[in-house]
Design a protein around this ligand. Structure first.
Ligand code: ADP
Ligand code: ZN
Length: 703
């Protein structure tokens, strides 16, 4: 048990160094367990907030906390992030000069740092400080790397078992986002921490909106998507190295700042691309799954899967890289059968082929869901969501079904005429009555059903066929060149007229949505958020640290909302701790004050518009004349006059509303018990009195 005293300083420490007012789910329990010197295994989704679980205890221990982390390239950013919060930290690796390494040893011995980051390969070089006097805690980040069951196995992690032997009384905290049981057990076994307390946090990342779309015209869909989100950082995951490059090129040709990233690039190229992304110099990374581990850039606003991932673990880890700051983020997945086929081929022949295929199938079920997607995801991680999430495409746009029996019958009859020997592409060509070389060579143009589905576009056919496959009305024979084949269910549809329900294809829905929100593409211009974002960017360049380490998007959003103009108010913002208040407070407060000042100026200018109306009124012009002259509507002029009257200006209001009318409104007001809006008055007066008159009358009554 922790002493009351220690317990009582946890929240103040969280606020002082990290700027947060509250712990997230499980964080406090984990921290208390670490401080009680127990061993711990923490399973939390990517972006869930694992770092605080060892960084906060590190501040309270006498000695240092050793952090084992797999990627040297990212240690500097982690240390920069800590430094920005006023926490002394360093990293150690074999490429440093020996004088630098000695400097670090001195800092450890003199208790000048609280955290030391190191890659497992470099541990051997630390033998002179690997003792319980210097080290109070060991944190093992990305702990699943230790397990060959996991998906990021690193041999160098397997030697970490010696730590418990060398430092038997030092608490170990292992952290990972991989939840499956085999991996968990492996971590505990290999680290020699059989009694570790296991903390399994919720995997729900509510702020990430989930969406799946069919993979038609992916590039133009992506460009549209990005154009709606100017300046927002994002990652696009592709299956192959080549497609990362092709996609980045296409985006660049469309004026979008994108760079490819994959294991085939040189170390220098990869490091530069990663840095530029962290520093908001490159907006978008088109990457293979090689990109992303350990990147804790908190302002990644979206993740797109250009191709379908091979399992849900990978998908979830990748989408977890957006919205770490808790602000709204988007995960968009493109689903195509071509990808499914390719992934099946990859799995073929692997020693664990069955497992891989089963996992792929779960991924496919998720992509093809017609019920809340988050429910499906969370159930995969063993969590049950009782309500629909309201933040996935299925919840937002529940599929609208229609009777698609005839459509299904057309497709099935073509499949049958083709003797169940052709894949989707040719089936659609025959449906649409194509006359291309293959069709003519094979004589398919002579088939009776050639052209029966002319009225439906190629794209829509593709989506209908996917739906038919999902419903088991036909199936893909993966071992026979992916030919479409009939099932028992097909017979019922073809011969017993069994009803088939289909949903409208996305193209139709999308059009409706586009028509509904024509102004969505308008970039927000001079908002306070944009101003603060620019200031943050400028500071990031001056200090040479990534912008999100200055403040997260979440903090900027809160500043925009709360508009703190004093230091004490600024400290109230989530993400503002003591050091950030001291270092950045004045600049940000200054920006907020000047923004607010300009806004008041603008308002004053707007105040002049009333004055102009007033002067014309004084010249004796009628409402209509003023409206004409000013190119405004008479209603606007009325509202000006009402405001001028309320401000005590010399307006003869009874020119516009009679005493009788005022009396009518007074009675209505009494009868309706002073409603807040004008509509009830309007209705009560049988729609016979114009709105502006009601407003004026109320103004008189209230003055
Ligand atoms: P993980 O390592 O689990 O992927 P991080 O430790 O990087 O996640 O945390 C994700 C984000 O959440 C970071 O920006 C972090 O500062 C923020 N965060 C962590 N704890 C809290 C908290 N208690 N309140 C608000 N934000 C938090
Ligand atoms: Zn949902």
């Amino acid at each position: 048990m922790l002493s009351k005293e220690t317990q009582s300083i946890l929240i103040p420490t969280l606020k002082k160094y990290f700027g947060y007012d509250n712990f997230r789910e499980q964080q406090q329990a984990i921290i208390e367990s670490v401080l009680s010197k127990k061993d711990n295994l923490v399973i939390m989704p990517t972006g869930g907030g694992k770092s605080v679980c060892f960084q906060l205890p590190a501040l309270l221990f006498d000695g240092i906390t050793l952090v084992i982390s797999p990627l040297i390239a990212l240690m500097k950013d982690q240390v920069d992030g800590l430094t920005a919060n006023g926490i002394p930290a360093a990293f150690f690796n074999s490429s440093q000069l020996s004088s630098d390494q000695n400097g670090i040893f001195d800092k450890v011995i003199n208790s000048e740092i609280k955290l030391l980051y190191v890659a497992p390969e470099s541990l051997a070089l630390l033998s002179n400080i690997l003792n319980e006097k210097s080290i109070s805690c060991v944190a093992i980040d990305e702990a699943h790397c230790i397990s060959s069951w996991g998906h990021d196995f690193r041999p160098s992690y397997q030697q970490l078992g010696f730590l418990k032997q060398t430092l038997p009384n030092t608490p170990i905290i292992a952290l990972t986002a991989t939840a499956d049981k085999a991996t968990r057990q492996d971590i505990v076994d290999q680290l020699n921490i059989p009694n570790a307390t296991q903390f399994l946090a919720s995997f729900d990342r509510k702020n990430i909106e989930l969406e799946v779309r069919p993979a038609n015209d992916r590039v133009s869909q992506i460009i549209k998507f990005i154009n709606k989100k100017p300046n927002e950082a994002g990652i696009i995951y592709c299956l192959s190295r080549k497609s990362t490059e092709q996609l980045a090129l296409k985006l660049k040709q469309n004026g979008i700042k994108a760079m490819p990233y994959h294991a085939g690039l040189s170390f220098e190229e990869r490091t530069k691309t990663q840095e530029d992304f962290l520093f908001d110099k490159t907006q978008i990374i088109c990457a293979t799954t090689a990109f992303g581990m350990g990147i804790d850039k908190s302002n990644v606003r979206w993740v797109i899967h250009y191709n379908m991932p091979k399992n849900i673990e990978g998908y979830y880890q990748e989408i977890g890289r957006c919205g770490r700051d808790g602000v709204k983020a988007n995960a968009l997945l493109f689903h195509s059968y071509a990808d499914v086929i390719q992934l099946r081929n990859f799995a073929a022949g692997a020693s664990n082929e069955d497992i891989q295929l089963a996992k792929l199938e779960r991924m496919q079920q998720f992509s093809e869901a017609t019920a809340c997607r988050r429910k499906i995801l969370l159930s995969y991680f063993g969590e049950l969501l009782s309500e629909n999430c309201g933040n996935c495409d299925v919840c937002r746009n529940p599929p609208q079904f229609f009777n698609g029996t005839t459509i299904a019958q057309k497709a099935l009859s073509v499949i049958s005429r083709l003797k169940e020997s052709e894949a989707t592409g040719i089936v659609i060509d025959v449906l649409r009555g194509a006359h291309n070389a293959t069709i003519i060579d094979k004589g398919y143009d002579k088939l009776k059903s050639h052209g029966v589905g002319k009225d439906i576009s190629w794209r829509d056919w593709q989506q209908y066929i996917i739906q038919l496959i999902n419903q088991g009305i036909c199936e893909i024979a993966f071992h026979k060149n992916n030919a479409l084949q009939l099932t028992d269910f097909s017979q019922k549809v073809l011969f017993e007229n069994k009803q088939v329900n289909l949903t409208y294809p996305i193209s139709v829905i999308e059009q409706a949505v586009v028509e509904k929100e024509p102004k969505a593409t308008k970039a927000k211009k001079d908002t306070l958020f944009e101003r603060l974002r620019k200031l943050r960017h400028q500071i990031s360049l001056e200090e040479n640290i990534p912008a999100y380490l200055v403040f997260s998007d979440a903090s900027l959003k809160e500043m925009e909302r709360a508009r703190p103009m004093s230091k004490s108010d600024f400290l109230e913002i989530s993400g503002v701790g003591q050091r950030k208040l001291e270092v950045y407070g004045d600049e940000f407060i200054g920006e907020i004050i000047s923004f607010m000042g300009e806004k008041t100026e603008k308002k004053k200018k707007k105040g002049d518009t009333y004055q102009v109306t007033y002067e014309l009124y004084k010249e004796g012009l009628t409402i209509d004349e003023i409206a004409l002259k000013r190119n405004l509507s008479p209603t606007t002029i009325f509202s000006h006059l009402a405001k001028l009257y309320a401000d005590g200006k010399d307006i003869n209001i009874y020119d516009f509303v009679t005493a009788e009318e005022v009396e009518q409104v007074r009675k209505a007001k009494e009868a309706l018990e002073s409603p807040a809006t004008l509509k009830p008055y309007f209705d009560h007066l049988n729609a016979e009195m114009e709105y502006f008159k009601i407003r004026l009358a109320l103004m008189i009554l209230n003055s």
